[in-house]
Design a binder for this molecule. Structure first.
Ligand code: SAH
Ligand code: SF4
Ligand code: F3S
Length: 461
């Protein structure tokens, strides 16, 4: 593929700023990889960049508005550069680009290039067009983007560390009434099994020990195998666990309706599959769930959690909640707080409902006042914090296998993650990085644990 693409001149620098979810983090790396054969290396200094890319998020109003203020800042920065300084192209990628491409072109004349998440494989070609005029590409192309994106060089993957994201599914067909994702990312598509396994082998070969499979609805994965048969996420996890070097597998984000028996059984049977599950429910009220078009009840969610906990009793649960959805009464909100209390989350995210143009929620009557949303968010977040501290406190005294990932904040310290995704700080030497070691949890800080290595012998997870 790369020999068909225009060859831009050598030794250029790209600065990418990433907003939003892990899929954007993954995409930013893939854009870096797509630009590498064309002479671009990444920089963390905007000042030395030939190309500045914002990889944007449209999920809530605040996220989208941030893009315009950042674009103003970059424009001023570019204008203030010395006359004769090298040209700096400005590009906007991601979900705001997809949703508001024309508006960006109109509101931000400094922008040279706008392109949506399905066009990243065309980036070198778009860039060469942008040398002579402004470019916008927000089509949903027919071709498979992933088949055309080059893999990272081994040394690049090594430099990215021991854990890696791997997008296996993209897009969404669920159309929850509050959400922009089906519009910004398009229809749900699963990558073929062979493509996923090849990418995972490349990661393992470069020393990656833990892979997080990504998708907006990752557990709806149904990629085809060589015989054209669909493979579920549970079955895919079994295949990935066979790859030498892959010691931990995680996945996010899941939808309750796609939590099938095969995946739940994989949590029981597959030691590599970590006991942590992010399973957003959004609300504990049936009336609100219905109006959100989530297509399941609170009782069904409880039932799924029961099945998961039967298969894997120590499963750490996480979720997403929205407060102040149109029509949410005090009783509806209380049902959400009760749900959090009843389930006992290891962690959870909660948001004030944000009206998104073009979604059914934006047309609904009974929009909730901002101050009510704020009060509800505060109450819910207090309960979530209580839950997660309780979960962390329950780990003190336990010995957990920790993947030692990187040097810690202080000298003589290393940092890693427990199976439950908790950050663990340990007093130990850097040469242990890359190992999974038994760590006794001896203390708890606000968002992390403190541990002590029990023995430097490697253990099975
Ligand atoms: N696919 C995932 C979620 C993707 S968006 C799922 O189905 O659960 C991530 C989270 O952002 C959602 O779970 C939801 O809690 C939140 N979110 C999405 N749209 C929102 C909106 N309009 N206002 C506030 N929060 C929103
Ligand atoms: Fe958005 Fe719902 Fe799709 Fe999740 S399942 S991405 S919340 S529409
Ligand atoms: Fe945001 Fe797009 Fe992810 S809207 S949350 S960056 S899929």
């Amino acid at each position: 593929m790369s020999d068909k693409q225009p060859n831009l001149s050598n030794a250029k620098k790209v600065f990418i700023k990433t907003y939003g979810c892990q899929m954007n983090v993954y995409d930013s790396d893939r854009m870096t990889d797509a630009l590498a054969p064309h002479g671009y290396t990444p920089t963390s200094e905007m000042g030395e960049a030939d190309l500045v890319l914002l990889n944007t998020c449209h999920i809530r109003e605040k996220a989208a508005e941030k893009v315009y203020s950042e674009l103003g800042r970059i424009r001023d920065f570019r204008n203030e550069r010395a006359p004769g300084a090298k040209k700096m192209l400005i590009g906007v990628a991601g979900c705001v680009a997809q949703a508001e491409g024309e508006e960006i072109m109109a509101r931000a004349p400094a922008v040279d290039l706008v392109f949506g998440p399905q066009s990243y494989h065309r980036l070198p070609e778009l860039l060469s067009k942008a040398q002579t005029g402004r470019v916008i590409d927000t089509d949903f192309p027919e071709e498979d983007k992933f088949a055309h994106l080059p893999a990272a060089k081994k040394e690049v993957t090594i430099s990215r560390g021991l854990t890696a994201f791997l997008t296996v599914q993209e897009g969404c067909d669920k159309f929850c009434s509050f959400c922009v994702v089906p519009y910004t990312r398009g229809a749900e598509v699963s990558r073929p099994v062979a493509q996923v396994l090849a990418e995972a082998r490349g990661l393992a070969d470069a020393g990656v020990r833990e892979i997080t499979l990504l998708g907006q609805n990752v557990n709806a994965y149904h990629g085809l195998d060589e015989n054209g048969r669909p493979v579920s996420l549970g079955a895919l996890c079994h295949m990935l666990a066979e790859i030498d070097g892959i010691e931990r597998i995680r996945y996010t984000t899941s939808h309750p309706r796609d939590m099938d028996d095969e995946l739940i059984a994989a949590h029981r049977d597959l030691p590599q599959l970590m006991p942590y599950l992010h399973l957003p429910v959004q609300s504990g009220s049936d009336a609100i769930l219905k109006s959100m078009n989530r297509r399941h009840t609170a009782a069904e969610y409880y039932e799924i959690i029961d099945r998961i906990r039967t298969a894997r009793p120590d499963m750490a649960l996480s979720g997403d909640f929205i407060v102040g959805f149109p029509g949410e009464t005090d009783a509806d909100f209380q049902a959400t707080v009760d749900m959090v209390a009843k389930i006992g989350y290891a962690s959870a995210f909660s948001f004030k409902y944000s009206t998104r143009p073009g979604t059914p929620g934006a047309q609904m009557d009974d929009q909730i006042e901002e101050h009510v949303k704020a009060e509800r968010l505060e109450i819910l977040q207090a309960e979530i914090t209580r839950q997660s501290q309780q979960f962390n406190a329950g780990c003190v005294g336990m010995t957990l296998p920790v993947l030692i990932e990187k040097p810690g904040r202080n000298p003589g310290q290393v940092a890693g993650r427990s199976p439950y995704l908790q950050a663990v700080h340990i007093s130990a030497e850097k040469d242990l990085i890359g190992q999974i070691l038994p760590v006794e949890i001896i203390g708890q800080a606000k968002n992390s644990l403190e541990g002590r290595i029990v023995t430097a012998d490697r253990i099975a997870v």
